[in-house]
Write a protein that binds this ligand. Structure first.
Ligand code: GLU
Length: 291
């Protein structure tokens, strides 16, 4: 397909190196890649290695190697979040200058106890330290949310609305252990990379309003979102690298591609090579999601 103007589409796949790629992460990699190609766009890989206690040494390299063997390589140099701490510090300073962050002295246990006492879900931060910590030492840095509901239209899940202040509360940007929180890191990188389209698993649907709040205050452009159906294990839980989901079978990468493809709602392709798989899948993706 030829376009009069070059595409501005920029998408990404952003795995955390907490284990090997599994069937669920392949679905996100596949869909984000095909969607970028279907829009003549750029596809980037970002390794979200900002959580040393959870990250597994060598897992980032292993993920890139598996992606390479599946025919998936980043169109621009791979971004490693451990190289980006200065950018996260600058983003935090920017939010701080707007009066949108504050130090919080509460432990997770204190937050849960107070939330429950107030009739909230245990994960909802009830704003305890909004007006100061009353001399208690600061542990984490939080973002000051507002009561305005945030609404966006997901390409697959439809209209989604969340009152972040009420349903999540002021959320953490920098953790008590000094590590950067996923929300701030991901958003800083998405803005800097000019990401126009986020295609990822539906487990992050309810994180999206938090991210939109951050993007707006940091002056970025809110991307389009497409949250994909999750791959569940036998117990109905989301596959997760951290919980030891079975890695992709290196001896059956064609089978893995076909299974991810049918999970996305398409009929089996029966391709006889990895290159043929992508060649055949692309026009089908384009016909369904090319708009
Ligand atoms: N690193 C996240 C994960 O592995 C994905 C982040 C994102 O796509 O925004 O679940």
């Amino acid at each position: 397909m030829s376009h009069a103007t070059p595409s501005t589409y920029r998408g990404r796949f952003a795995p955390s190196p907490t284990g090997a790629l599994h069937a669920g992460s392949l679905v996100a990699a596949m869909a984000s890649f095909l969607d970028a190609r279907a829009h003549d766009g750029v596809w980037l890989i970002r390794i979200e290695d900002i959580d040393p206690p959870r990250d597994i040494p060598g897992a980032g390299e292993a993920i890139l190697d598996t992606l390479f063997r599946l025919g998936l390589t980043s169109d621009e140099p791979v971004i490693w979040q451990h190289d980006r701490y200065d950018a996260y510090e600058a983003a935090l300073a920017h939010l701080n200058a707007q009066g949108l962050v504050y130090g919080c002295a509460c432990s997770r246990r204190e937050v849960a106890a107070l939330a429950v006492a107030l009739g909230l879900a245990p994960s909802v931060y009830p704003g305890t330290c909004r007006e100061g910590t009353h001399g208690r030492p600061v542990r984490a840095i939080r973002f000051r949310t507002t009561a305005d509901p945030i609404t966006f239209t997901d390409r697959l899940c439809g209209v989604y609305t969340q009152n972040v202040e009420r349903e999540v509360g002021d959320f953490v940007l920098k953790r008590a252990d000094g590590l950067w929180a996923y929300q701030l890191a991901a958003i800083t990188d998405d803005i800097e990379a000019g990401i126009t389209d986020v295609v990822r698993g539906a487990d992050l649907l309810d994180n999206t309003p938090r991210q939109i709040a951050l993007i707006r205050t940091l002056g970025g452009t809110v991307p389009r979102y497409c949250h994909l159906p999750l791959v569940l294990n036998h117990d109905g839980q989301k596959l997760s690298k951290q919980q030891g989901a079975t890695p992709l079978n290196p001896d059956d990468l064609m089978g893995e591609l076909e299974r991810a493809w049918t999970h996305l709602g398409f009929p089996t392709l029966g391709a006889d090579s990895i290159a043929a798989f992508w060649r055949t899948a692309l026009p089908l993706w384009q016909a369904r999601f090319g708009q």
